[in-house]
Design a protein around this ligand. Sequence first.
Ligand SMILES: O=C(O)C(=O)C[C@H](O)[C@@H](O)CO
Length: 258
Amino acid sequence: MKTNSFKARLKARQQQIGIWSMLASCNVLEVLTQSSYDWVLIDSEHAPNDVPMVLEQLRTVAQGDMPALVRPVVNDTIIIKRMLDIGAQTLIIPMVDTADDARRAVAAMRYPPLGIRGVSAGTRANRYGRDADYFAQVDNETCLVVQIESAAGLGNIEEIAAVDGVDALFVGPSDLAAALGHLGDNKHPDVQKQIHAARERCHAAGKPIGILMPDAELAAEYTRSGFDFVAITTDITLLRSGAEAALRNLAESTRQGV
Ligand SMILES: O=C(O)C(=O)C[C@H](O)[C@@H](O)CO
């Protein structure tokens, strides 16, 4: 079975810088995976991605060495099974509020007797039955990251981090800001305080933690402060800011008569 380099670096506590893809496009992923990020996230929670589309994007990413993380739309046993069967090795599950939520996600990741994942001997994940070691290795090479992005999730960080089978936690800053009464204001001091507290509490509980932050200053602060994996931008942010910058540059050059 293919080694999960994201999980290996996570376990070695090597910081990893990632990029977040929401444009649901193989072309975009081809551009991103030819860059030097440590990981790329294929989103299907807030992107128009369903299972066959994620499959094609995984195939695109697999042309290079960059590990792909996939975010399913919801913490659901069947959706998790389908994402694993198409070859996603690392899943980030949104809205995990309690240890029970985390245990449900773990059970969906694992085959019986440890969990409830349905078995197929012939999927893309096991190279259509060619990976003889798949069932023996699957728990070592799959990786479960759970998102903390609600007041309840914040309250339960230690219990969630303690769940066997949870490899890492991940802060969703936008949802967390909303849950704390600061919708759209991720930079609010209360939100920032809770984000850093989440990092400290998660580390005290012995688990790595990641975050997404397209703001360069905050991303640098999170990286410096020891978040284990940080997505520092998204494809939408890059396209939007690049498009607007090109117009501004043209206006500036025109004004200067360049
Ligand atoms: O709450 C968050 O922040 C996240 O979970 C990430 C966002 O969903 C991502 O789509 C960027 O907008």
